[in-house]
Design a protein. Structure first.
Length: 367
């Protein structure tokens, strides 16, 4: 077994490598952690389902695999802080790890649906209560930097939807989960910020309030612009909703900002990137690219893949006519099936989360 890191591991792949494959290989996805990796024995690991249920369950991994129907879901899992660097450099300084555009991975996850497990436990709530209740996920196997455990929650109504595809994932791209990606079991919440997709899952609780974990209550929230530092943010933590759905987004992987590119014989250059839909409003149906500041836009080609669906990203490419010269800027913008489209700039917030302004490759020299 490889040695586990002594500090939380946080890293992202090179963007050009990331968009070279529709399914992100297990060892090439981004890593986001608030504590060190735990050392868990998958053969004895237990996931407890409790709270407002008729039957408390204690399930081994083999129970999750053998006693429930297994489902495959292809989705883009994305850190809420993806593209934070752009907000930091294009708008104003923010708090948090300096993520560029690679804190996202598009993978095939396999495991039982959470709703099937909850059905086995039985929800001990009335219909009205179910609409306002939460399903909380927790990992007590490793302490975090800001708490003794890690937790998150999503609306119970989302978890109970058949078409929401919330999984208790046991596999990633057909392989057993690695420690880095949550072995032996993690939550996968399509369309929802990766912070809610708890790794090393050991408890699921049906309750009438959100998770009380630090990272649910005091992080991963789009604070209003007048929360300009930690002190002024204090009055907003309790009133600002926790991030659930991620916004429609796109980014340019090629050419890279600050690079030089030669035009092809026909006078065009090739631009490539990825795009993700807003929440459960997928799939992405259009990506446009501009080389004149957003005055004129060219439709990109959306690359098809047999495993694509409403939750997955779209890889795209575009042949763009652009005159030679320096300091050129290329923009991209995506639109999903519900009509959500990227703005040129999104609202600044102290934690630098949910940035979804135009994808941008700046300071390009075209030869």
């Amino acid at each position: 077994m490889p040695e586990l890191p002594e500090q939380p591991l946080n890293r992202e792949p090179h963007l050009q490598d990331l968009v070279s494959k529709f399914l992100t290989p297990v060892d090439e996805g981004y890593d986001r952690n608030h504590g060190i990796h735990p050392n868990i024995d998958g053969s004895t690991h237990v996931v407890t389902i409790d709270g407002s249920v008729h039957r408390e369950l204690k399930l081994l991994v083999k129970d999750l695999q053998n006693d429930f129907k297994q489902h495959d879901v292809v989705c883009a899992l994305q850190c809420a802080g993806n593209r934070r660097h752009t907000m930091r450099t294009k708008i104003h300084e923010v708090q948090g790890i300096d993520w560029f555009d690679g804190a996202v991975m598009n993978c095939k996850w396999t495991g039982p649906k959470l709703r099937d497990v909850l059905e086995r436990a039985g929800i001990a709530l009335g219909d009205a209560e179910k609409q306002t209740a939460h399903i909380a996920f927790a990992c007590y196997s490793t302490p975090c930097q800001e708490d003794t455990w890690y937790g998150a929650s999503i609306p119970l109504s989302r978890a109970l939807r058949e078409d929401a595809d919330v999984l208790l994932a046991l596999k990633m791209n057909g392989q057993r989960l690695t420690v880095g990606h949550g072995y032996p079991v993690r939550v996968v919440t399509p369309g929802i910020a990766g912070a809610r997709a708890v790794k090393w899952l050991d408890r699921i609780t049906v309750q009438m309030k959100e998770s009380e974990n630090h990272y649910m209550q005091y992080d991963y929230k789009v604070l209003p612009p007048d929360a300009t530092d930690s002190e002024s943010a204090k009055k907003y933590w309790g009133t600002t909703p926790a991030i659930q759905a991620m916004p429609v987004n796109s980014t340019i992987a090629l050419p890279t900002g600050g690079s030089s590119v030669e035009r092809e014989t026909d006078g065009y250059i090739t631009v490539k990137g990825y795009a993700v839909p807003s929440g459960d409003d997928g799939p992405v149906v259009k990506v446009e690219v501009s080389a004149d500041g957003g005055i004129n836009w060219t439709d990109a080609e959306l690359l098809s893949h047999q495993d694509e669906g409403k939750w997955s990203w779209k890889l795209w490419r575009c042949k763009l006519q652009i005159p030679s010269g320096s300091a050129r800027t290329i923009y991209s913008r995506a639109t999903d099936a519900a009509g959500n489209t990227q703005p040129k700039r999104s609202q600044w917030n102290l934690r630098g989360v949910c940035y979804n302004g135009y994808g941008e490759a700046a300071d390009i020299t075209v030869k």
